[in-house]
Design a protein around this ligand. Structure first.
Ligand code: SF4
Ligand code: SF4
Length: 434
């Protein structure tokens, strides 16, 4: 067996505060570029011409459909999680208005203070970069007050994650969200005590697509599963941001070799029950990446406890990047690939699927409404008209009145600020839970 030549070694802090640091060898054949290949003028153009939409506004029909198709036990878990996390999510929305509680030390760069405090509080990965407004949701751009983004990754429980997809596994995400929502608020208080503003962007009420900023801050690279692969826990990290006007120093992106490694690995692509992940990278909004087909993913997520098979089967999640990359250097192989331990999973109504086995769903399974609730209602009504299901006369008039009532209701709920956490519970359900 011929060992691969190592191009460089990435040194990172230990997983927990106080742990010894780690060194990750990156094989020569995995080198592409630090961060992610991107064409910045294209990123600029798409962000201006087609700004990203807040899913809370843009996908209300999908959210409602998803809730209707969520099994009862998962609904109960989501209600519990909502009660646990929502007070902190709501509190976070107002943090940009809070004033510093002290005078700053003039000219002092507080990068190290912030990083040490964040790690003491339990964030395993911390990096700082510019808050990149090109990835901000259109409706939230004006809410974001400060230009420096402190990127914070929190580790989700290992054991529960290996039980994905299941209610037990899904709750791991909410436990992480609850902890980090609280510690994010504490970190912001700490930054204010050093004399600066700090605005908390809750993990459950994101202001932007966060992964590009985490990649820019050197905390990992984008995996073929569409998730951040960070050194210690791969895709098992949950992400949030605190923005600030403090004096800080930015981190640099890193080439962990993931961009190329994923093309060799492909485990998540092969194992996705919805066949939603694409084998080859495409250029999308100025970035080269493996693109997920949303319409093949969401129906699986709704019915199977948010699915997450693509997170569970990732070797970097399961074994950590150092172990995976060392194994690749030594053997040219992907650690765990082809094994039941890594690739196996169970879908509650369909049984167990080992390596090479995938569930079958009929085409109907993937039919979901698109965009906003009012758009979906118009589509539904158009289909009825085409099929001559809206006759002239009193019954057709009643049909029209019912259509009008539903559209007015759908429009009414989108007034004002977007609804934090609407991706988790639809509005009617939020009112019931609160
Ligand atoms: S969440 Fe499930 S369905 Fe969606 S991409 Fe991942 S593995 Fe596929
Ligand atoms: S499973 Fe393999 S291909 Fe998918 S994200 Fe993880 S390392 Fe990349």
């Amino acid at each position: 067996m011929v060992e691969k030549k190592i191009d460089h070694v990435v040194k990172r802090l230990g997983r927990r505060y106080g742990d010894a640091g780690i060194a990750i060898p990156i094989a020569e054949d995995l080198i592409s570029k630090p961060g992610i290949p991107a064409n910045q003028p294209d990123v600029d153009f798409y962000s201006r011409r087609y700004p990203l939409e807040d899913p809370n506004f843009a996908f209300t029909a999908d959210n409602d459909w998803s809730w209707e198709n969520t099994p009862p036990e998962d609904k109960e878990a989501l209600r519990r999680s909502y009660r646990l996390v929502s007070p902190m999510v709501k509190m976070s929305r107002g943090t940009g208005e809070l004033l510093p509680s002290n005078e700053p030390i003039p000219g002092k760069d507080i990068t190290e203070d912030i990083k040490v405090k964040a790690r003491e509080l339990g964030f395993c990965e911390v990096g700082i970069t510019r808050y990149d407004r090109r990835y901000a949701y259109q409706a939230r751009k004006r809410w974001v007050k400060f230009e420096h983004a402190i990127c914070l990754a929190f580790e989700q429980d290992y054991e529960r994650t290996q039980a994905i997809p299941s209610t037990f596994g899904e709750e791991a995400a909410f436990h992480a969200y609850a902890s980090m929502s609280q510690t994010g608020l504490i970190l912001a208080d700490y930054i204010r005590s050093l004399g600066y503003h700090a605005q908390v962007h809750s993990p459950l009420d994101p202001s932007a697509v966060y992964i590009p900023m985490f990649v820019a801050a050197g905390l990992g690279q984008l995996g073929a599963n569409g998730q951040l692969l960070s050194p210690h826990f791969g895709s098992r990290g949950r992400l949030m941001i605190v923005t600030t006007d403090a004096i800080v120093t930015y981190d640099e992106p890193v080439d962990y070799g993931i961009h190329r490694f994923c093309q060799i690995c492909q485990v998540c692509v092969n194992r996705c029950p919805g066949r939603a992940l694409m084998r080859d990278k495409v250029w999308w909004r100025g970035v080269e990446k493996n693109k997920l087909v949303y319409e093949r993913c969401r129906p699986v997520m709704a019915r199977y406890s948010a699915c997450g098979v693509c997170m569970k089967v990732c070797p970097v999640q399961k074994f950590g990047m150092k172990t995976v990359m060392e194994h690749y250097v030594d053997t040219s192989e992907v650690l765990g690939k082809g094994s039941h331990e890594l690739e196996g999973y169970r879908l509650k109504d369909k049984g167990y699927f080992g390596p090479g086995e995938l569930p079958h769903f009929d085409a109907e399974f993937f039919h979901i409404p698109h965009a906003t609730s009012e758009d979906a209602l118009f589509e539904e009504f158009k289909a009825k008209l085409k099929e001559h299901k809206v006759p002239n006369g009193p019954s057709g008039d009643a049909e029209l009145r019912e259509f009008r009532r539903k559209v007015v209701k759908a429009l009414g709920r989108d007034e004002g600020e977007s609804n934090p956490m609407a991706m988790i519970l639809p509005k009617e359900e939020l009112e019931r839970v609160e």
